[in-house]
Structures are given as C-alpha cells and as structure tokens.
Design a protein around this ligand. Structure first.
Ligand SMILES: Cc1cc2nc3c(=O)[nH]c(=O)nc-3n(C[C@H](O)[C@H](O)[C@H](O)COP(=O)(O)OP(=O)(O)OC[C@H]3O[C@@H](n4cnc5c(N)ncnc54)[C@H](O)[C@@H]3O)c2cc1C
Length: 484
C-alpha cells in the first residue's frame, strides 16, 4: 500500500508529524507531493524572492527525502482547486488509500482541505491531519469563561500551563525505506514542474535548507541565547536568531526551537535564564497570533481586530506611502529599516514596530497597505504574525494598550541605535555625521549629505493621529484587558 504525504508549509524531513506517521509501517511505500502555486501565491501578495525561496526549499526537501528513498513530486498548479484535482488524479492512478498532511490555518487553505477531505471520504481514502505549526494546537488555550484570549500576557500564562502536556522530543528523520515506488511514479512524470535547480537561484542570505535552519538555531542557542534579553532590541547587533524565515517555510518546527531552548534553560519554560526565558516568550507570541487567526477568522479577511477602528479616517497619500516604502521619509531610523527590508528580505523586530507605527500613526496610512508591502518583501512573511504585528502597531489589534501609544522615531533611534551604527550601515550618506546627529540631522546636514527633509513633523503628526483615533473610538477601547 502507498501512503501519500502532502507537504505544504512544512518543508522538512525531521520533526514532521505527517511524514513520520506515513512512515510508521515499514511495509508501506511512501511518496510525497508538494505544489508550487505561483498564481495563488501572487494572489496572496508574495514577492518573487519569497516564491523562489519556497521553490528552492522544495528542491532541498526532494534531495533530503531521496536519501531515505521517498520520492517527492513537485507539481506546478495555478490555484488550490488545481492542487485538489491533481491530487485526486494521483490518488486514483496509484490506488493510494491514505493521505497525511499537517494543517494550515488560513481560511483559503482550510477551505481547500475541507473540499479535499470530503472527496477522500467519498473515495474511502483515509486522511490523517496533524497540528504542526504550533506547540499547543490552536483552540486549546482558553480563558476561564472558555473564550479565546485577546491579550498576550494572560494567554502566555495559560499557554505555559498547557504546554507542559505538549512538550516531547522532536521526531527524528524517518529511516531509509525500500526503493520500491519508483516504477509506479513513471506514469506521473509529466505532472512534475521543471524548477531550475541552479545555485544561481539560491538566496545567499537565506540558504533554503533544513540543515541551515538547525545550524542557525544551534549557533544562536550556544552564542547569543543568554544575552538575548539584553541585546535583542538593538538592530545593529546580530542578537536574534533570524529563524523566522525558516519557521515560515517550515524548514524548522517551533517544537525543535523550543526543545533546543529548553535544553539551554534547565528544561524550564520560564524562571531560569532571562535570555532563553525571553526567547521562549517570543515563540509564544508566534503561537498567540496563530491562535488568534483561528479564533477570529475575520483576521484572514483584512478586517480590524477592534471593529471600532474600521472608522479611523486613514489618509490616502500615494506619494507619502511611496516615500515610506522606498525609505525616503527623512526619519533615518525608519528609512534604514525600510532599506534593510528591501535589501535583505528581513527586518529587525524593533524596527518593524517603529516603521509600522510611523506609517500608521505619523502618516496615518491604513495598516493594510503596510501589511501588504511587508508581505511582499519579507521572506518570513506570515499572515498571522504579520497581521498581528501590524494591527498591534496600528492600535487596531489584540493589545491591552490603547491607541495613544505612538513611538517617537527619533527617541527610539537614540535609545536602540545609540551610536547610529545601524543608520550608517543602511544610509551611508549619513555615515560621515557624528553619531548623535544621525538620528535627526539638521537642515544643513541634510543638504550636505543629500538626505531628505522629514516628510512630516513629529508633534503635528502625533496630534493628528490622536485626533483621528479619538474621533472614532469609544471608551471601551481603553478597557480591553478583560481576559483574566
Ligand atoms: C509590523 C510587524 C510585522 C511582522 N511580520 C512578521 C511576519 O510576517 N513573519 C514573522 O515571522 N514575524 C513577523 N513579525 C514578528 C517579528 O518581527 C519577527 O518574527 C522577528 O523579527 C523575526 O526575527 P528572528 O527570527 O531573529 O526572531 P527572534 O527574536 O530570534 O525570535 C524567535 C522567533 O520567535 C517568533 N517571534 C519573535 N517575535 C515575534 C513577534 N513579535 N510576533 C510573532 N512572532 C515572533 C518568530 O517566529 C521568531 O523567529 C512582525 C512584527 C511586526 C511588528
């Protein structure tokens, strides 16, 4: 009997519950399938670099699975509906009786899976689904009133209690199997896409391979984990793990990350080393946003978490938006952040908050525009965390603090990039200025360096944002923290 494993955002051979399950019976054949859905990805707003990264990760997975004699078909399909049709054809042609996959939580993906599972039921094909993207499956962390949490801190407390039941060592890579399925696959060769496997397409900053993910995890844990709490907010320092890209592709699992962190933290989720405690807390933020997405599916449809904030009179200024996108706002820390995004496909977390808040508060531009831009350029683009981060920054999201949190980009810059090192790296024309001047050059310095004047004045912009939010919000907003 042949088992089919349908890979999606879990492009790894280790700690992959669907793959592991399919490999349990040594007498069964196992094959994998994964779809490159460029049209669908484009509809979801992904950029070319991310699409290439995804395809490279698929090729790496194919090589990894080949070592254990599991073939992986990489099949181009325009839409999710096409994926289902192609899978049905494969299942019928190879007389497959069992399909395994790890669950994706976004609305379109869930709809696709419901359709597929229904067809399988009719055909008496077994479907085995696994929770894989979160350590504690969405829906399992609830308030005393049996409701989903809307605020992080109480969610975290409850998550930690639940997590104790879910912590187990990550699954290993399955053992090598008999190479018995190759002949059967000959008839499916025409389905396979021709993805160019050239090194030229590999992203030098982000090698798309699970070994690279593990190297980063181990290096981080050994060299930077203990100082994480202290240094993580300083964008000039390489103090964070840069694993988000790997987590978003599924080249590494959150369980593998947690397991390594625990092994450096005396097995404790909290209350041991502040560096690892804090890093684990960030993994819980990731879980929080995924749990929210499942509990409040309107988040997948670009709706504000706080309905009142749909009334905010966002400004429509294409020129301001373009200046922000291109890093030409005249606020060095914001511009440097945007330049990092465009160059690296990644942005430091502190800068994501500063930049997102600048767009939504200083320029009063709708968070959805910024979210879409990040989604296009971030290689770790992920609906749950991106939406969560944007709505948090715009004060439209799941956050106990009301709308009057407005970062001053200049004081943020002075605090977190004190020597102006990060600014100088990404805006070289400011590197010649004394460090203290790089945060907010005067007009003469700007002229000399060929650097833009500020697009908007801070005090004015702050007041404009406060007025805009005040107009639309009810007092209920301030009393949001009612999860306890
Ligand atoms: C406006 C905005 C947009 C964002 N968009 C994304 C996105 O599309 N994809 C994404 O993975 N993260 C997003 N984040 C969260 C965070 O910025 C990144 O996860 C983090 O910067 C990744 O770097 P790292 O891997 O070095 O993180 P580390 O600091 O090493 O943290 C470890 C892991 O914890 C998770 N994590 C850390 N901080 C957060 C957070 N605030 N929210 C959720 N998860 C977190 C990530 O999976 C990360 O890889 C966004 C944050 C903001 C404010």
């Amino acid at each position: 009997m042949t088992h089919l494993v349908w890979f999606r955002s879990d492009l790894r051979s280790r700690d992959n519950p669907a793959l592991w399950h399919a490999c349990q019976d040594p007498d069964n054949s196992v094959m994998g399938v994964v779809f490159t859905t460029r049209q669908q990805w484009q509809q979801h707003g992904l950029g070319e670099r991310k699409m290439q990264l995804l395809e490279n990760a698929m090729l790496a997975l194919r090589a990894e699975l080949k070592q254990i004699n599991i073939p992986l078909l990489i099949i181009p399909a325009d839409t999710f509906a096409d994926c289902n049709r192609t899978l049905q054809r494969i299942i019928i042609q190879l007389n497959i009786r069992s399909v395994a996959f790890n669950i994706e939580y976004e609305v379109n993906e869930r709809r696709r899976d419901i359709e597929f599972s229904r067809w399988c039921r009719e055909q008496q094909v077994t479907v085995c689904k696994f929770h894989d993207q979160c350590i504690v499956p969405p829906g399992e962390v609830r308030t005393k009133q049996d409701l989903p949490f809307k605020v992080f801190t109480p969610f975290k407390r409850a998550w930690i209690q639940q997590a104790e039941n879910h912590i187990s060592p990550p699954l290993p890579k399955p053992r090598q199997r008999n190479p018995d399925i190759q002949d059967a696959l000959a008839g499916l060769a025409s389905l396979q896409g021709n993805i160019p496997a050239t090194a030229a397409l590999a992203d030098p900053l982000w090698p798309a391979h699970e070994d690279e993910a593990h190297k980063r995890l181990n290096d981080f844990a050994a060299e930077r984990g203990r100082a994480y709490k202290e240094l993580r907010d300083l964008p000039a320092r390489d103090a964070t793990s840069r694993l988000s890209v790997y987590l978003s592709l599924g080249l590494i699992s959150p369980r593998q990350c947690l397991h390594t962190a625990l092994s450096h933290n005396k097995g404790r989720l909290t209350g041991n080393n502040p560096g690892f405690d804090t890093w684990i807390s960030e993994l819980i933020w990731r879980e929080f946003y995924r749990h929210l997405l499942v509990a409040f599916p309107q988040l997948c449809k670009h709706k504000a978490f706080k309905p009142d904030t749909e009334q905010v009179p966002w400004r429509h200024s294409e020129s301001d938006f373009k200046a922000w996108c291109e890093g030409r706002t005249g606020y060095p820390i914001v511009d440097a952040a945007q330049k990092q995004l465009l160059a690296e496909g990644w942005m430091h977390n502190r800068l994501r908050m500063i930049s997102a808040m600048f767009l939504t508060k200083h320029l009063l531009i709708d968070w959805r525009k910024g979210e879409a831009f990040f989604n296009q350029w971030l290689l770790d683009a992920d609906l749950a965390s991106n939406n969560g981060g944007w709505q948090w920054s715009a004060s439209t999201g799941a956050d106990g603090v009301p709308y009057f949190r407005i970062f001053n980009p200049t004081t943020q810059s002075q605090r977190f990039d004190t020597d102006g090192e990060f600014i100088a790296r990404y805006i070289p024309q400011l590197a010649g200025l004394p460090a203290a001047a790089r945060h907010q050059p005067d007009s003469l310095q700007r002229k000399r360096c060929g650097y833009d004047a500020p697009i908007v004045e801070h005090t004015f912009a702050r007041q404009r944002a406060l007025d805009a939010f005040k107009l639309t919000l009810t007092a209920a907003d301030a009393g949001e923290n009612n999860d306890e």
